[in-house]
Design a protein around this ligand. Structure first.
Ligand SMILES: *[C@@H]1O[C@H](CO)[C@@H](O)[C@H](O)[C@H]1NC(C)=O
Length: 525
């Protein structure tokens, strides 16, 4: 049976679905063109469009909204011009006057909308991205350390905490650059509103396209409430831009606190915050436009690896980003000094870290992990630490072979992540999440570069209730045959940002996804 919707799509003569404000609405005219997501029928955006009109109307805005249909319901660059102009023409036909024109886009539509909008700032007054962000290619961390975007178009970024396609950690990256680290000349130009309990599909409605069904998470906000939140955020944004003070005060209320994710990202010191300051020397320069090392590693890795030190001895860390495979020069961890174990003393440690990100993320869609998959970390062994701290003859077997030093450090990352989740996120992860746990360290991989290329193992159990993390490790006693390689204990470390990202996104995919939700609904009906 051919569905009515399919027939309608096949024989549709209209290029867009357009809505005039309700008769009797008074106030300023605005036109809003909304680009659909991939395989996401235009009709699905009708409810949110009408919700936007309603909220706008309450604060004196006559919103004309149009959703153009792309071929196969999938926006692509060659059609954007005619789609946009066709939609705008329809809105003018419906009575829109003036020049307050805005462009929005959901998902892939957001990607198309931004590349179109930057070239048409003469017509478009503001851009709204839904489940989509300003792409990395549009920004640069400048010599002064601040982020600058190559567009001056006011852009509102709307994200969902439970968006399984454009993940919330990508939104945290956007928040960092668009808000926290924005160049003073572009302050307030790029607001970010992350909605709590909000999935990718909550920006639209109707049956989920397969790509969304296969990847999205379960929403915790009703469709109606979600659309109301979207409408409120958009009305407030537009209100400010057109100088409508009543509308400018409208804001979303169900907002997710994204700052803990941003903090975890800074602890990792993600390469998406800044490039690493790779240098020939062991100690990288401190520069505003690149990153010296990882604060997480600096504060925790050598400390936990080193174990309890004689009272009076304090460890001070200094982590440096280097590519761990470079041999010319090779960058090795060290202690700069030794302590006698009796007097008070600061033991200065230098460690070496490289962050490894997924290679799947080239399109910057937010579909793949933003956090580093592993932190390759060169540390001094516990034996070497104890020795440098003034402990007599620490025994390598006891210090570095018994137990799992790398797992100890990774456990701390898991604790950090869990304790920084919101109450709701904790509850959700406790109940439905695939639990992140540490297993035994693997190795030692002492032969040549084996440690470098042995990835941290992420192992599902059969029913995906746990994910066991096993670090690859390399360790050598202080009297190792090759003295240049003596006294090390290298680890593949878990980034605290990755652990949080797991608990917020990937760890929910097995048992808290859009499909489980749909199945439950089908079961209930
Ligand atoms: C440790 O030694 C390195 C040279 O190997 C030097 O650049 C660095 O400043 C020293 N750090 C401290 C805290 O002494």
């Amino acid at each position: 049976m051919i569905s009515l919707a399919l027939l309608a799509a096949l024989f549709s003569t209209s290029q867009a679905i357009s809505f005039a404000p309700k008769a009797g609405t008074t106030g300023q005219d605005i036109a809003l063109v909304l680009f659909q997501g991939a395989s996401s029928p235009a009709q699905g955006y009708a409810p949110v469009a009408q919700q936007i009109q309603q909220v706008a109307a309450q604060s004196g805005i006559r919103a004309f909204v149009s959703i153009p249909s792309f071929v196969f319901d999938t926006p692509e660059p060659l059609q954007t011009d005619s789609a946009f102009n066709g939609a705008l023409k329809e809105l003018k036909g419906l009575g829109f006057t003036g020049d307050n024109v805005f462009l929005a886009g959901h998902s892939l539509g957001g990607v198309m909308a931004q590349s179109y909008a930057v070239k048409h700032t003469d017509v478009i007054k503001g851009l709204i991205l839904e489940g989509s962000v300003l792409l990395r290619g549009t920004r640069k961390v400048q010599a002064n350390g601040f982020t600058k975007f190559n567009l001056d178009l006011p852009t509102l970024t709307l994200c969902g905490e439970l968006d399984g396609l454009m993940r919330i950690t990508r939104c945290a990256e956007a928040y960092y650059h668009q808000i926290e680290n924005i160049d003073p000349s572009q302050k307030n130009l790029f607001p970010v509103v992350p909605f709590q309990g909000f999935s990718h599909w909550r920006f639209s409605s109707g049956a989920l396209p397969s790509n969304v069904l296969n990847n999205d998470l379960q929403a915790e906000i009703s469709e109606e409430e979600a659309h109301y939140q979207v409408a409120s955020a958009i009305t407030g944004f537009i209100g400010k831009l057109i100088g409508n003070s009543r509308a400018a005060r409208v804001a979303a209320t169900s907002v997710f606190d994204i700052k803990p994710l941003v903090e975890a990202m800074k602890l990792e010191n993600s390469y998406y915050i800044r490039d690493a300051c790779y240098s020939q020397t062991l100690i990288n320069q401190e520069r505003p436009d690149c990153s010296k090392g990882s604060p997480w590693v600096q504060a925790n890795a050598q400390r936990i690896m080193g174990g309890d030190l004689p009272s009076g001895v304090k460890l001070s860390g200094d982590d440096n980003f280097h590519r761990v495979w470079t041999v010319n020069p090779v960058h090795l961890p060290q202690f700069n000094n030794t302590c006698d174990g009796h007097s008070s003393c600061i033991l200065n440690s230098v460690t070496v870290t490289e962050l490894i990100n997924t290679e799947l993320d080239v399109m910057d869609t937010g579909m793949f992990p933003i956090a580093a998959l592993e932190m390759r970390c060169k540390l001094m062994s516990r034996q070497a630490t104890q020795k440098a701290a003034g402990v007599e003859k620490p025994d390598f077997h006891q210090t570095d072979e018994v137990g799992n030093r790398c797992a100890d450090i990774n456990n701390e990352a898991i604790q950090y992540a869990y304790s920084h989740l919101s109450t709701e996120a904790k509850k959700r992860y406790d109940q439905f999440g695939q639990k992140l746990v540490v297993g035994d360290d693997q190795g030692p991989y002492n032969a040549g570069p084996l440690w470098i290329w042995t990835n941290m193992i992420y192992e599902d159990n059969s029913d995906k209730t746990t994910l066991t993390l096993k670090s690859a490790m390399m360790r050598t006693p202080t009297d190792y045959l090759i003295s240049a390689a003596a006294g090390f204990h290298y680890c593949k470390l878990l980034s605290p940002f990755r652990a949080m990202e797991w608990m917020q996104v990937d760890g929910l995919k097995a048992h808290y996804n859009a499909k489980t939700h749909t199945q439950e609904l089908a079961f209930l009906q």
